[in-house]
Design a protein around this ligand. Structure first.
Ligand SMILES: [Fe+2]
Length: 213
């Protein structure tokens, strides 16, 4: 009853553990037979662990999505946000360092791309907040979580285009995984946001690939 009460009140996992511990202490004091006490404890905790798991799965966040799912999605989105932030800085570098006869074209194109990545970062972070989680907002953490690595001193047309294509394909991979998980969980908001990026990036890959030929 003690644990059910804790679940009903939606106590945090830490508080629930503390409540279980207090219950165990009470039981230990009131039960003199040690083996009987241990048996009762094991059975009680097993039954209530199952019940707690069911209750935790049922818990919903502020926008009506299962909390357990929202936390998992926020983790994926935070890793994806980190990749977007690293890609943003990389593309700014290509914009600054580009040289050669494609300078004007690529200098402008890279500006368009990093501006788009900047907007994406804001929208992804806000989606994470809607899910009830804080978005990662430190460069040290972005570097740890990102799938995209920092690039420096890339300056030729061929190299910069190749790097942008490679980074965009990595983002696409993450986006498709996010969309799959979101659609399995009825999270239409995340699906809509991310599929918009997929459409734009697939088109960009086609255009940049044509330029490199
Ligand atoms: Fe500029």
């Amino acid at each position: 009853m003690f644990l059910l009460e804790a679940s009903r009140k939606q106590a945090s996992p830490g508080k629930q553990k503390a409540l279980i511990f207090v219950y165990q202490l009470k039981l230990a004091i009131t039960t003199k037979n040690i083996s009987l006490r241990n048996m009762q404890l094991t059975t009680y905790v097993k039954q209530n662990d199952k019940q707690q798991l069911v209750n935790l799965k049922k818990m919903e966040n502020q926008i009506g999505l299962q909390k357990a799912y929202a936390d998992k999605m926020a983790e994926s989105l935070n890793a994806y946000l980190s990749s977007v932030q690293v890609a943003y800085m990389n593309v700014r570098g290509y914009h600054w360092n580009i040289t050669g006869n494609q300078f004007y074209l690529l200098h402008e194109k890279f500006e368009e791309i990093y501006n788009s990545l900047n907007e994406m970062a804001d929208e992804i972070a806000e989606r994470i907040l809607m899910l009830g989680v804080s978005p990662v907002h430190a460069y040290s953490k972005y570097l740890k979580l990102a799938k995209i690595r920092e690039k420096e001193n890339v300056s030729t047309s061929k190299e910069t285009v190749r790097e942008v294509l490679d980074e965009t394909r990595q983002l696409l991979k993450a986006e498709r995984e996010i969309v799959r998980l979101a659609s399995e969980n009825g999270d239409d908001g995340t699906v809509n946001l991310i599929t918009g990026y997929i459409d734009e990036q697939e088109k960009m890959i086609w255009m940049l690939s044509a330029l490199g030929k």
